[in-house]
Ligand binder design. Sequence first.
Ligand SMILES: [Zn+2]
Length: 145
Amino acid sequence: MDSGTYSLVVSVIQPIVFSCGGLGDVSLEDGLYAYTGSARGTGGFSRVNRHLRVLRGEHDVRKWHVDYLDGHPEVEAYAVVKSKAGECEVAEALDGDHEGVEGFGCSDCGCSSHLHQVDSVETVAAAHSRGSPVVSVKSYTSPRL
Ligand SMILES: [Zn+2]
């Protein structure tokens, strides 16, 4: 089974405010955001397909913080970066230079955030490659920005 860490990069088409479960209301400027998660559990990287189903409006369950983001109509899939790095290692690497949404996606770890505003997919791949030489990048839609 192929497993590791992924960052789902989404494009926020215009500024949004959404209710995000236990986190309360979250406000995001338009732009690219990277959500970094673990695909080490059952199913490995097939977890990414669940995100894509929520992004396409095909899956209505809202369990994780990121489901509320993926399910927003102004949010589109942009790219997925995968590697064997540790997910918190990647989140911490992004923390240095990128604004994170406090408390997002990190209920189970000590990070300040697993959702970061990013300038490009290359930036995200660079954060992964600090911890792992194996990085794959798959691009989806172009942003409507
Ligand atoms: Zn973490």
